[in-house]
Design a protein around this ligand. Sequence first.
Ligand code: DP6
Length: 333
Amino acid sequence: MRSDAWATAVAHPNIALVKYWGKRDEDLILPLADSLSMTLDIFPTTTTVRLMPGQGQDSAFLDGIPASGQARRRIAAFLDLVRDRTGSTVRARVDTVNTVPVGAGLASSAAGFAALAVAAATVYDAGLDTVGLSRLARRGSGSACRSVFGGFVQWYAAYPGIPDPDQASYAQPLGDVQLELALIAVLVDTGPKPVSSREAMTRTVSTSRLFPRWLAATLEDVPAMRAALRDGDIARVGAIAERSAMGMHDTMEAAVPPVRYRTPASRHVLGLVRAMRARGEQTWATMDAGANVKVLCPPGDAPRIAAELASMSGSRTVIAGPGPAATLTLGDW
Ligand code: DP6
């Protein structure tokens, strides 16, 4: 490891088709169930990690603005994990450039920690393969472990009883998916979310009376979605994805106090998607921890459906397809 080393990595957000919502270990970020996602080809995050010998603490800049508070602490804690592996004590400067609005439920933390994992592991010479990078990214933000890989991806929960769950929980790309799938992001609200997904998830697990039912449904949705993806059956994929997302939101709305990410604008778009489906379109909705609605549909239909959703909702729409794995783009180490 050279003392002036730096590395730059790019990663893309992913959309979960079967959602991750609930941890069994908050420190190791171990989920209660597997989840399945598609990495997207929009809104990449680019992160540079530069070693700063002589600097007393890590520094981080998000879109050029110095990170403070929780955001800086999360990045520094993540770098500590990398340093613990390598025995280094050298601090670093992290520069992250997002192309997606931060905190709006568009998975900026997934792309962000996937890019940070690749760049930091390189610069500190952590010697990790892609599965190791996925495990590491998971410690920054659970969903980030899926953005290490491109296309369709499964994150393994590592069920209780496994001797070393940290080792056993990582993502892997699915090699047997035939499906052609597009996603339309309907940007009804790109402001910061009312509650962080981390806090909302913890509150849901500990207070929502619907949580046990949600978890049981997820354990069934994972193999059902695997089979639907393998069969290239967009109607089954869409139906399972929509019920996973709406079940997650119903479950968090039953938390005490409730977590409400669905706004009147989101509900309007959800209604448009249902109405389109009722007239024979192949459209299904999904949402993450924010007000924006993402619509799954066949790629050939996406421009027409996106234009209709934009005109009916007055919101900007962005069309995405399957995106690439996180990659190192530049470096000097
Ligand atoms: C709603 O990965 O942001 O997007 O592990 O606490 O950092 P932490 O949570 P995070 O949660 C994302 C949840 C979700 C669903 C999903 O991506 O599976």
